[in-house]
Design a protein around this ligand. Structure first.
Ligand SMILES: NC(=O)c1ccc[n+]([C@@H]2O[C@H](COP(=O)([O-])OP(=O)(O)OC[C@H]3O[C@@H](n4cnc5c(N)ncnc54)[C@H](OP(=O)(O)O)[C@@H]3O)[C@@H](O)[C@H]2O)c1
Length: 286
């Protein structure tokens, strides 16, 4: 099976390198900018080529990963369908797979109409470098939605993956946001609140650094369920009440009050601790 990539960016190049290092055959790259495709093909080495047209890469590949920005996936799919109609290319034996975490394979419906198999895969990984991030792919957890062929490819690489339905794609992506972006937002909010208590920003960050590190180590070592400490875990709802009352009208306070109530609701459900009626009411009203 020959594997091609449309979109020679960070994910396309890293995935290409990862698959090639695992013995799979990479046909090459087509990209908006020819030099991006050339750079990626050279990095993969072997028989990987830089293609100057969509028609050529499709003809040469059995599985085509569409690794362009989320906003360009539908356009690229439309262009592929156009080329196939124009040059009468049969794609009924080809698989097209994008790598967006937020979109399902239904965004490739134009290709499905032309009888191609369609899929999406995603890796729970921050791929921030075109040439070094592939080293992290070995320990990445993947998800596959749609056609089963990309799952077979991942199996050959020894990667762990979960099969997802198209309807669960957005919920899956939201779950990833909780484990990544939201952790960052909560850390920043913590620094903002410490600044209101008189800390400089640098001291605020220095103060929460060991706490963040220790907490993350506990989560990674024992799992989130067993890592929890704090007033709700102890059933100390008097402290929870004092926390809610301390937030006034500054911008960080207004956000903090809402986030405090929402996250506390999650913790109350997760721990099974029941707040007294006054605390429950205070949390409900924020
Ligand atoms: N980065 C991550 O952490 C990460 C993780 C998981 C999944 N993803 C997903 O992976 C996909 C790619 O993300 P990325 O981070 O690799 O983005 P990226 O580094 O910006 O790469 C996108 C590449 O696609 C090319 N491109 C854009 N529009 C195109 C078009 N119309 N036709 C052909 N090529 C086009 C770009 O252009 P040039 O040719 O001009 O360079 C660039 O090389 C996205 O769907 C993203 O959601 C990203």
């Amino acid at each position: 099976m020959r594997i091609g990539f449309i979109g020679a960016g960070r994910v396309g190049t890293s995935l290409g390198k990862y698959l090639s290092e695992n013995g799979l055959s990479v046909s090459g790259f087509y990209s908006r900018t020819q030099s991006s495709a050339e750079e990626s093909a050279e990095f993969i080495g072997g028989s990987a080529s830089a293609y100057s047209g969509i028609k050529e890469i499709i003809t040469d590949s059995d599985l085509i990963f569409i690794t362009v920005n989320d906003g360009a996936i539908a356009d690229v799919s439309h262009n592929i369908a156009g080329e196939c109609r124009k040059y009468d290319i049969d794609i009924s034996n080809k698989i097209f797979c994008h790598t967006s975490g937020a979109l399902s394979s239904t965004v490739l419906s134009e290709l499905k109409i032309l009888k191609a198999e369609t899929a999406s895969i995603h890796m729970l990984l921050a791929v921030n470098d075109k040439f070094t991030s592939y080293k992290d792919f070995r320990e990445a957890f993947f998800t596959v939605e749609g056609s089963g062929v990309p799952a077979e490819v991942l199996k050959k690489c020894g990667s762990r993956f979960q099969i997802l339905s198209a309807e669960n794609k957005s919920k899956y992506h939201a779950a990833a946001v909780f484990a990544s972006n939201f952790v960052v937002a909560l850390a920043e909010l913590s620094c903002e609140l410490l600044e209101e208590c008189g800390f400089s920003y640098d001291d605020a960050f220095a103060a929460i650094r060991p706490l963040l590190k220790n907490n993350m180590n506990n989560i990674l070592k024992n799992g989130p369920k067993n890592a929890l400490t704090g007033p709700i875990e102890r059933g100390d709802f008097e402290t929870v009440k004092r926390h809610i009352e301390c937030f006034k009208n500054s911008e960080p306070d207004i956000t903090a009050k809402k986030v405090y109530a929402a996250v506390s609701e999650a913790l109350i459900r997760q721990t099974g601790r029941q707040p007294d009626s006054e605390t429950a009411e205070m949390l409900k009203n924020n």
